[in-house]
Design a protein around this ligand. Structure first.
Ligand code: PLP
Length: 474
């Protein structure tokens, strides 16, 4: 079977220098010389100062998106007579600087492990504004969260009820908890991104909820906040959320008969654009549809709308960041499309699946442009690949790039702020890239790039020999 040269959604651009209006960070511009700058810093100078690959965050875009998303959910909740808490799903993109931005902007933070919890706490996020979820929290992670006094722990399985109760009991604290529910609603997204089908690891079946909530309520060291649902990620349509809300509120109403259920957490999963063809809904529209679905379901059950919580990640961080790469080798590869000979230009860059795993993991689509100069050449079908020893090491599967693309050109890949840095690895012993924030014409390093010394830092034999040699010298 020969591969299709281009997918149906990919249109040939009339101008290969044009920036699709739905894709790039707010302060991403191509100037009259043809070079791109981000918040006033030219990509060439970023590449020279920090090297490539490089994650570049448009800081003001990040801040305004975080605020916009927070306000969107708060306004939608207010419209149905309740309130909303917005948690930044930190696994999407996290360091202490980002955590402090979202904290300063009044968002709460959602963490999934002890490591993410440590970063949020180190950034100065007040513990009561932190939520901890995860399907297999260790006793250490639970203990640490209880000690810190996190605002909510999301219980993911029955066994965690006892574990959290005993950690809270040992410290004579009352720990607020939510219960994650698998609503069985199948969100229309990649299989690995759908988290509420029956046959997956997260949450409790709806039918088991009443018994487990009774158990939670029987513990004096636990306080039940309400149900939690996260149906998946990169979702474009509200219908699955609406269905999930309907099913949750039916059970929520039953639970009210035996006690307080102050909140309902509907998770995250709001989709973003990765290609010029994508049309992700504006998050404010999503928020309004969701709130309306909650209001309708509450009316059906004859209950007051609970306080709502949301956990957006991708929709905040994703569009704010680009990855810059330097082009290395280029090959025109002959392929056959149907029975017709065709050519695909393979453009190799200095990173790959170690800084963007999503293309390999989810068949995710991305968009690349030449950012360091203007080109008058015709657009040609191209594939941007990395430097790793895997044929699946693809950064951008399908894109048009100028036919005169060459070594030392700088490529920018759009919307890499979500699940790229956080999924980065040292595969093939490459060093993970730095993260830079740009704002008002200035670039600031948030996370330095790794060095060869970092790659050896946990190699015991190497470190022992280094120490011995050091001693021998002194
Ligand atoms: C990953 C995750 C999120 C965020 O998902 P996005 O698609 O990035 O919005 C929210 N809640 C939970 C429980 C998650 O696991």
């Amino acid at each position: 079977m020969s591969e299709k040269l281009i997918p149906d959604w990919l249109e040939k651009p009339t101008d290969v220098n044009a920036l699709a209006p739905n894709l790039w960070p707010q302060h991403f511009k191509r100037d009259s010389t043809g070079e791109v700058s981000i918040a006033g810093v030219a990509v060439d100078s970023l590449a020279t100062e920090f090297g490539t690959p490089l994650f570049v965050i448009d800081e003001d875009d990040f801040r305004s998106r975080a605020t916009f998303v927070k306000k969107a959910f708060e306004a939608a909740a207010a419209e149905i007579g309740t309130e909303a808490k917005v948690y930044y799903a930190s696994k999407v993109f996290l360091n202490t600087e980002i955590a402090s931005w979202v904290n300063d902007l009044g968002l709460n933070i959602d963490v999934a492990t002890g490591g993410e919890l440590a970063v949020a706490l180190a950034a100065g996020v007040p513990a009561e504004r932190i939520g901890l979820h995860g399907n297999n929290k260790s006793l250490y992670e639970i203990g640490r969260a209880v000690t810190a006094g996190v605002g909510a722990i999301v219980i993911d399985s029955e066994i965690e009820i006892e574990r959290i109760a005993s950690a809270a009991g040992a410290q004579d604290k009352v720990q607020p908890v939510r219960l994650r529910v698998n609503t069985g609603v199948h969100a229309h997204t990649h299989e690995f991104l759908a988290t509420a089908r029956e046959d997956q690891k997260f949450g409790i079946a709806l039918a088991d909820v009443p018994a487990l909530v009774a158990k939670i309520r029987s513990h004096s060291h636990l306080r039940f906040l309400g149900l939690h649902s996260h149906i998946g990620s990169q979702i474009f349509k509200a219908d699955a959320f609406e269905e999930a809300a309907d099913r949750l509120i039916e059970v929520h109403a039953q639970l009210l008969a035996a006690g307080d259920v102050p909140e309902l957490n509907l998770g995250g999963g709001f989709g973003i654009n990765y290609t010029p063809a994508d049309r992700a809904p504006v998050v404010a529209d999503f928020a309004r549809l969701l709130a309306a679905a909650v209001a309708k379901a509450c009316k059906k059950q004859g209950i007051k709308a609970p306080k709502l919580a949301f956990e957006p990640g991708r929709v905040i961080a994703g569009p704010t960041t680009v990855t810059l790469y330097t082009v290395g080798t280029i090959k025109d590869v002959q392929i056959t499309e149907g029975s017709i000979p065709a050519v695909r230009k393979y453009v190799s860059v200095d990173g790959g699946m170690s800084d963007n795993l999503r293309t390999a993991l989810y068949q995710a689509d991305y968009t690349a442009i030449v950012a360091s100069r203007h080109s008058d050449a015709a657009p040609v079908v191209s594939r941007v690949v990395g430097k790793h020893c895997e044929s699946g090491d693809i950064v951008v599967r399908d894109s048009y790039l100028p036919s005169d693309i060459g070594a030392t050109d700088i490529l920018a890949v759009a919307a890499t702020g979500a699940y790229c840095y956080s999924l980065a690895s040292n595969y093939n012993f490459v060093t993970r890239p730095p993260v830079v924030a740009v704002r008002n014409g200035k670039a600031r390093l948030l996370v330095r790039g790794e060095t060869e010394a970092d790659l050896f830092s946990r190699d015991v034999k190497y470190q022992q020999e280094l120490q011995q040699n050091g001693k021998a010298k002194s």
